[in-house]
Design a protein around this ligand. Structure first.
Ligand code: BTN
Length: 321
């Protein structure tokens, strides 16, 4: 009903309660109640005694209705759970993934305006104030856990493409999946899963994008290494549009992985890579490996050539330098 009212308000400068009631087949009191609900959701609507209601602006929130309006995906983001605040969207997504599938079908998105306990990789905290994009996607791929590194890499590709389409800015991917702009981190990805030996039960991909955050807001310990899209562009971006673009790109890439056609996307990853060709230091478990990052293989593993010529395949790790 709210969406129908918004449609009328968008088409006309002013619409009276009487006309809305007549068009939508409900009472004027019911219209008034819906308008109140919209105002509570931060839609700015003014009421004129003789002319009726006028929509002045839509809210700058990641509301499901706003995201789904004009979302051109087949299933990604067709179900969205929205929260003003969460401890962590990944925690909520994991709970939903563990429950029945009808509550969280393939491509369900959990999205929140802020997180009080945002989680980063390796048990780190993730700074998640209002203005960012903090979301998690629930997936049930019929694939073995060996595909996880590839799914993680394609998520980064989808983010880079979405940012490029919205802002014209080219982000680069630091292996495995940090997105850098001007050598600073603008986005991080945290993949969590439950799997058997040869089959993934569920997968949660958590995405954190520093969208409309002022640089001064970043805590001291990440100030030098973090950046936001707002500070790069000197203006706020449309977070709704960025989420829509990401979901579209991600669905395309994910479908390809499901069809076991990873090669094309891995090539795209290489195109946007910040890592390949550099001399790097990688922490792998308790070990530190130093060498030249030479390639990504078809499993999504990083190939490192050590000074002694030996080549190592690294499935998961963290770049220290
Ligand atoms: C990293 O680079 O360390 C990964 C950061 C991932 C952050 C996102 S924000 C949405 C989702 N919920 C979380 O608690 N973490 C991920």
């Amino acid at each position: 009903m709210k969406e129908n009212i918004l449609k009328y308000l968008e088409k006309n400068k002013y619409v009276s309660g009487e006309i809305l009631a007549e068009k939508l087949g409900i009472s004027r009191v019911a219209i008034w109640k819906q308008i109140k609900k919209l105002k509570d959701l931060h839609y700015e609507i003014i009421s004129h005694q003789n002319l009726g209601y006028c929509l002045v602006s839509r809210p700058d929130l990641l509301l499901p209705d706003e995201i789904q309006k004009g979302l051109d995906t087949d299933y990604m983001g067709h179900k969205i759970y929205y929260y003003r605040e969460l401890e962590s969207s990944n925690i909520t997504a994991r709970e939903k993934a563990r429950s029945k599938k009808d509550e969280a079908s393939e491509g369900t998105v959990i999205i929140t305006e802020k997180q009080t306990g945002g989680k980063g990789r390796l048990g780190r905290k993730w700074f998640s104030p209002e203005g960012g994009i903090w979301l998690s996607i629930i997936l049930y791929p019929h694939l073995s856990p060996a595909y996880i590194p590839r799914i993680t890499l394609i998520t980064a590709v989808a983010v880079v493409k979405a940012i490029k389409e919205l802002t014209r800015i080219q982000g680069l991917i630091k292996w495995p999946n940090d997105i850098l702009i001007h050598e600073k981190k603008v986005c991080g990805i945290l993949t969590e899963m439950s799997a058997e030996l040869d089959l993934i039960n569920w997968l949660v991909i958590g995405l954190g994008i520093n969208a409309n955050i002022d640089h001064g807001e970043f805590p001291e310990e990440i100030k030098d290494t973090s950046i936001s899209l707002k500070e790069i562009l000197n203006q706020k971006i449309s977070r709704v549009k960025l989420v829509q673009l990401f979901l579209r790109e991600f669905e395309k890439c994910y479908n390809m992985i499901n069809r076991k056609e990873s090669a094309l996307i891995l090539n795209e990853w290489k195109l946007y890579s910040h890592t390949l060709g550099r001399k790097i230091k990688v922490k792998v478990g308790n070990r530190v490996v130093i060498g030249q990052a030479t390639n990504i293989n078809d499993k999504g593993a990083l190939i490192i050539k050590k000074d002694n010529g030996e080549c190592l395949e690294i499935i998961s790790g963290t770049i220290l330098k």
